[in-house]
Design a protein around this ligand. Sequence first.
Ligand code: HEM
Length: 122
Amino acid sequence: MRRLYLYTTLIFWLLVSAVWAGSLWFPPAEEGVAVAAEKLISTAELAKHALPDNCWMAIRGKVYDVSAYLPEHPSRPDLVLPWCGKEATEAYNTKTKGRPHSAYADELLVKYRIGIFTVNKP
Ligand code: HEM
């Protein structure tokens, strides 16, 4: 009787250790972290957003919806608006005046990122 008790206790603790070791080996998948794939945006899709209140720009391979920022942009509107709906890396890099935007402008841009620019996607 005593032996049976010892064996069952031993088996119990072996099972407990196996479950514990197994959970270390296979950690649970990251919970609650939904990593949404970034939207791929084609030239055609980009071109549909070429208005001041619906203005997307492709800059350095990413697409930004800058509609909300445009009213605050410090330059004359006619310098920026023609780039809505277009690939605007060169314009952004030079302000069309041969001068780059500041690091502050680059930081602002991050807020408006909505996807990745893909020239060839149908
Ligand atoms: C791609 C088209 C764009 C063009 C042609 C353009 C051009 C200009 C121009 C001419 C100025 C006036 C001040 C200066 O000459 O230094 C300026 C300033 C500025 N722009 Fe743009 N811009 C563009 C897009 C953007 C975007 C998308 C952002 C941010 C979301 C931005 C943020 C700023 C900021 C913060 C300034 C103040 C000066 C600085 O920080 O560099 N611009 N931009």
